[in-house]
Design a protein around this ligand. Structure first.
Ligand code: BG6
Length: 517
C-alpha cells in the first residue's frame, strides 16, 4: 500500500549564505588535470555551475599535469568529455564561456621551471580575467603527490595569502591509508597552510540527499524529539554497488572496502544521522557536532573486531546485468588477494542520545543492487491492546532515507486493514525527490566547488574528523592484517554479501532491512 504526500510546492527557505549569488573572483588550478576526475566530475560540475550562473565572470581554470598538451588541446579534450559525462545536452552558450576560461600548463611540480610556468599563467589570468589574486588549488592527483604539491606551492609562495587575497587547497581522497598516515598528511598540510585554507573533500557531502539529512532532522519539529535511544531500536546503513572493481584493481588492492568507503563516506552518513543540532550553519559549529559523534563511537578491542565485523570478497557471479569474474581474477589484482570487497560491522555510540542503539553498517562491491540507504528502525509499541485479536504481532515504525538511487524518504507505519476482523498492514508514506523537485543533471561536485570558492568549509572534513574516523577503523585494519582471511571469496557477485553479515544481525535478533531487490 502506498500513500503519496500531497504534491503542492513547499516554500523554500534559503540559508542566508547561499543566496544564489555567483562565487567571487578566482583562478582554479587543477593538479592532475589529465586524470579521470577532471573530465568526469570537475569540468562537468563547472559547466553546471555556469548554467546556474554561480561562477563569477572573473573566473578561470588552469589544468596542470605531466602529460604534454596545450590550452587548445585541453579545451578540445574537455569539450569532447563534457558531452560524454555531463549527463545532459550541452548548451553551446554556457559551454563556450567555460571553455574560454580553460588553460593548460604541462609540467611536474617537483621541477622549478614547471612551477614558474604555472606562476606565470596565474599572473596572466589575474590580468586577463581579473581573478583578484585568489586561487583555489585542487589536488586531483594520486595521494603520493599531495605532499610534494603543497611543498611546491609553499616554495613558490603560491599558498601565501595577503590582504583580501585568498589561497585555498582542496584535497581529494584517499586522505591517508590509516591513522598514522592521515596524521602525517595533516601535519604536512598544516606546515604550509592553516586549517582555514584546507578543504578535505568527501563527495558524499555533495549529494543532495546527504545534505538533506541536516534539513530533514532539524527543520522538522516532529522527528527530533523521537530521534534517540528511547524510541529508536537501531540504525542500519547499507551502501551497495553492483559494479566490481572494474579498471581500478591497482588502487583497490591496496585499499579494500574498509579504507575506500568507511572512514570517509559512511562516517559522514553516521555523523549526520547521529549528531546533535548545531548552534548554526557555521562550518565549525556543524563540524564540531559531527566530530563529537565520531569520537563517541566505542573503541573496538581485537575481540570486538572478531565478533562485530565481517569482511568479504566477491567470487564470480552476475551483478548489475553483467557477468563478473572472481575478484582475484580481475585486472591488476593478486590471484591470492586478501583484500576485502565487502565489510559489515556493528558500532555503538557511547553517548546519552544513542547508548545501546546499535548502528549496523555494510558496504560492498558486486552486490545484488545499487542502493545507499539509511534505515532508522523504531521500537515496537506494547502489544497489550491487541491481545485476543487476530493481530499476532505489531510491526515497528521504520524511516528509510534513500540516498541513491530513487532519492527519497519513506515512513512505514501500521494501518488497519479494512474489514470486520482486526488486522494490521504496513503502509508506506513515500516522498520521492524527483516527484517534488524534479531532477537536475549534477555530478555532486557543484555545491562543493561553489562552497570552496565562497570559503564555506561546512561540507568539508576537518583534520580532527578525519583522524577520528581512522581511529575507529584502525583496530579492524590491525586485526585483519594479523589474521588474513581463510574463506575468500565468500560471497558470489550479485548477492548481498556473505552469510556472516546476516548472522551479525541475527545474533541480536535482527535482520538487514534493505532487501536484495
Ligand atoms: C568512491 C570509491 O569514493 O566512491 C569508489 O573510491 C566507490 O570505490 C564510490 O565506487 C561510490 O560513490 P557513489 O557516489 O557512486 O556512491
Amino acid at each position: 500500500m502506498q500513500t503519496q504526500l500531497p504534491t503542492a510546492p513547499l516554500p523554500s527557505v534559503e540559508s542566508p549564505r547561499t543566496n544564489g549569488q555567483p562565487g567571487g573572483p578566482c583562478a582554479m588550478v587543477i593538479f592532475g588535470a589529465s586524470g579521470d576526475l577532471t573530465k568526469r566530475k570537475l569540468v562537468p560540475a563547472l559547466y553546471n555551475l555556469s548554467r546556474h550562473r554561480l561562477l563569477a565572470t572573473e573566473f578561470a581554470v588552469i589544468g596542470f599535469a605531466r602529460r604534454p598538451g596545450t590550452t587548445e588541446s585541453f579545451r578540445a579534450q574537455m569539450r569532447a568529455d563534457v558531452a560524454r559525462y555531463c549527463d545532459c545536452a550541452v548548451e553551446p552558450g554556457f559551454w563556450d564561456w567555460v571553455e574560454s576560461r580553460l588553460h593548460y600548463v604541462s609540467g611536474d611540480v617537483t621541477d622549478a621551471t614547471s612551477v614558474k610556468r604555472l606562476e606565470k599563467q596565474l599572473a596572466e589570468l589575474d590580468r586577463d580575467h581579473g581573478t583578484h589574486g585568489n586561487a583555489l588549488f585542487y589536488l586531483a592527483t594520486p595521494p603520493e603527490q599531495f605532499g610534494p604539491i603543497v611543498r611546491a606551492l609553499d616554495t613558490a609562495g603560491l599558498a601565501r595569502e595577503s590582504g583580501e587575497r585568498w589561497r585555498r587547497v582542496i584535497v581529494e581522497k584517499p586522505f591517508g591509508r590509516d591513522l598514522a598516515s592521515a596524521r602525517a598528511l595533516n601535519e604536512e598540510l598544516r606546515a604550509v597552510l592553516s586549517e582555514r585554507q584546507i578543504y578535505r573533500i568527501d563527495h558524499y557531502l555533495g549529494k543532495e540527499t546527504v545534505q538533506n539529512l541536516l534539513v530533514f532532522r532539524f527543520s522538522n519539529g516532529i522527528f527530533e524529539p523521537i530521534w534517540n535511544r528511547r524510541y529508536v531500536d537501531h540504525v542500519q546503513i547499507t551502501v551497495a554497488e553492483t559494479l566490481g572493481v572494474e579498471a581500478r584493481g591497482g588502487y583497490y588492492e591496496g585499499a579494500g572496502a574498509l579504507r575506500d568507503m568507511v572512514p570517509n563516506h559512511i562516517f559522514q552518513l553516521i555523523s549526520l544521522v547521529a549528531m546533535e543540532c548545531p548552534i548554526s550553519f557555521d562550518a565549525n559549529a556543524v563540524r564540531d557536532e559531527q566530530s563529537k559523534v565520531l569520537r563517541a563511537i566505542a573503541p573496538l578491542s581485537p575481540e570486538d573486531v572478531l565478533s562485530r565485523s565481517v569482511r568479504g570478497q566477491y567470487g564470480a557471479g552476475r551483478a548489475g546485468g553483467k557477468e563478473l569474474p572472481d575478484y582475484r581474477a580481475e585486472a591488476q589484482v593478486d590471484p591470492h588477494s586478501s583484500t576485502e570487497t565487502f565489510v559489515a560491522m556493528k558500532l555503538e555510540l557511547d553517548n546519552w542520545r544513542w547508548k545501546d542503539v546499535p548502528f549496523y553498517l555494510r558496504v560492498g562491491k558486486a552486490m545484488a543492487r545499487r542502493v545507499t540507504e539509511i534505515v532508522v528502525q523504531f521500537k515496537r509499541p506494547p502489544f497489550a491492546l491487541f491481545r485476543g485479536t487476530a493481530v499476532k504481532e505489531l510491526g515497528a515504525n521504520r524511516l528509510v532515507i534513500r540516498v541513491q538511487p530513487d532519492e527519497g524518504i519513506h515512513l512505514h507505519f501500521g494501518a488497519k486493514i479494512p474489514g470486520a476482523v482486526m488486522r494490521i498492514g504496513t503502509v508506506d508514506m513515500a516522498f520521492a525527490y524527483a516527484d517534488h523537485f524534479g531532477t537536475e543533471p549534477a555530478t555532486g561536485y557543484e555545491r562543493l566547488l561553489y562552497d570552496a570558492v565562497l570559503g564555506d568549509q561546512t561540507l568539508f572534513q576537518r583534520a580532527d574528523m578525519v583522524e577520528a574516523g581512522w581511529s575507529v577503523v584502525q583496530p579492524m585494519l590491525d586485526v585483519w592484517q594479523a589474521l588474513p582471511p581463510r574463506n575468500f571469496p565468500n560471497y558470489p557477485a550479485g548477492s548481498l554479501g556473505p552469510a556472516e553479515a546476516d548472522q551479525l544481525l541475527a545474533r541480536d535478533g535482527r535482520r538487514w532491512l534493505t532487501p536484495a531487490s
